[in-house]
Design a protein around this ligand. Structure first.
Ligand SMILES: *[C@@H]1O[C@H](CO)[C@@H](O)[C@H](O)[C@H]1NC(C)=O
Ligand SMILES: *[C@@H]1O[C@H](CO)[C@@H](O)[C@H](O)[C@H]1NC(C)=O
Ligand SMILES: *[C@@H]1O[C@H](CO)[C@@H](O)[C@H](O)[C@H]1NC(C)=O
Ligand SMILES: *[C@@H]1O[C@H](CO)[C@@H](O)[C@H](O)[C@H]1NC(C)=O
Length: 286
């Protein structure tokens, strides 16, 4: 019976649960929506000077006027109007590891601390990657294109770049979760047996879980940083913004950190277990 194994067990369980929550967050409308990779806020799309008709940009409006009722001039010029809903678009997207959800801000997008009302989530998939350009293109009323709303092509290019990286991330999460699961079993074995062999096996499994979860977290962080940077840099002109999912980052790096702690404890177990064995052998020989 080895009590330090209880600590590695607690670490493995924590890492297992946290990383599962990371990849399943947002799998339903009400499940951990706040633990998203990033939030894309398009609620104020169109409220920028490049949509200003006085500047002679006829393309946007000549297309819109045919499809939408109301005075679009005043839609753009009225700072409180909701151009996103006039264009059939949701206010925001919550992007998760395996799907995305969309909804509207309540009571209004511009209100401080507006509440998220999730209206729909996409189907869950391990090869999911978020391509807002395609999603938004599909939702726009007939006859209106991404070009009409000045959608930045750099965002489309970045989506393409992040496609394979996203799948790689999911693969590493799945492997990491599997190792964290095995680490729970080897920690239980360590508590029960307390042998040197169990300590060594435990150490290897803990290190593998740490490395794979670390790689998954690093890829996720890179995706988040890159996507948010590109959206904010090139989307600012058309009134869209993106925010990093700090809760997700906390969860994924938390899972990685506890596996690092478990690895340190289990390497200590290997060493002290070895010394104890030698001392015992020495006694036996004298
Ligand atoms: C549109 O442009 C005109 C003249 O350049 C300016 O007076 C007006 O405030 C602008 N409107 C918006 C919504 O930017
Ligand atoms: C969404 O973006 C707009 C414009 O950038 C901003 O005014 C608004 O506060 C944002 N809404 C939320 C809920 O973050
Ligand atoms: C939230 O969205 C749903 C549609 O999914 C809608 O039925 C409901 O009325 C909305 N809630 C509020 C408070 O508007
Ligand atoms: C989501 O899955 C359902 C059932 O599996 C399917 O009918 C539907 O077409 C899918 N939706 C999309 C957008 O792929």
């Amino acid at each position: 019976m080895r009590f330090s194994s209880i600590l590695t067990l607690a670490c493995a369980i924590t890492a297992f649960v946290l990383s599962l929550l990371c990849i399943f967050a947002g799998s339903s409308k009400s499940f951990l929506q706040r633990a998203d990779l990033l939030t894309l806020n398009i609620s104020r799309i169109g409220h920028t000077s490049i949509f200003n008709t006085s500047d002679g940009d006829g393309g946007f409006f000549s297309n819109l006027v045919n499809d939408l009722e109301g005075d679009l001039n005043s839609l753009v010029n009225n700072v409180t109007s909701d151009i996103a809903s006039a264009l059939n678009l949701p206010d925001f997207f919550n992007v998760h590891v395996m799907d995305f959800c969309e909804g509207s801000y309540l009571p209004k997008p511009t209100v401080h601390n507006a509440r998220e009302n999730i209206t729909a989530c996409s189907n869950r998939s391990t090869v999911f990657h978020f391509d807002p350009s395609k999603v938004i293109q599909k939702k726009l009323p007939d006859g209106i294109t991404l070009e009409d709303i000045h959608w930045p092509t750099t965002i489309e290019d970045t989506e393409h770049d992040l496609k394979i990286v996203s799948t790689t991330m999911v693969v590493f999460y799945i492997i990491g979760i599997a190792f964290a699961g095995i680490a729970i079993l080897t920690a239980l074995w360590g508590i029960w047996a307390g042998s040197r062999l169990s300590a060594v096996v435990n150490f290897f499994i803990d290190v593998l879980a740490f490395v794979t979860l670390g790689i998954a977290s690093a890829i996720a962080t890179a995706i988040i940083v890159k996507a948010v940077e590109v959206i904010n840099k090139y989307g600012d002109d058309i009134g869209i913004a993106a925010y990093r999912g700090s809760r997700f980052l906390g969860m994924t790096w938390g899972a990685t950190a506890v596996m690092l702690l478990a690895s340190i404890v289990s390497v200590a177990q290997c060493c002290t277990g070895g010394r104890r064995r030698e001392r015992y052998n020495g006694k036996g020989a004298s």
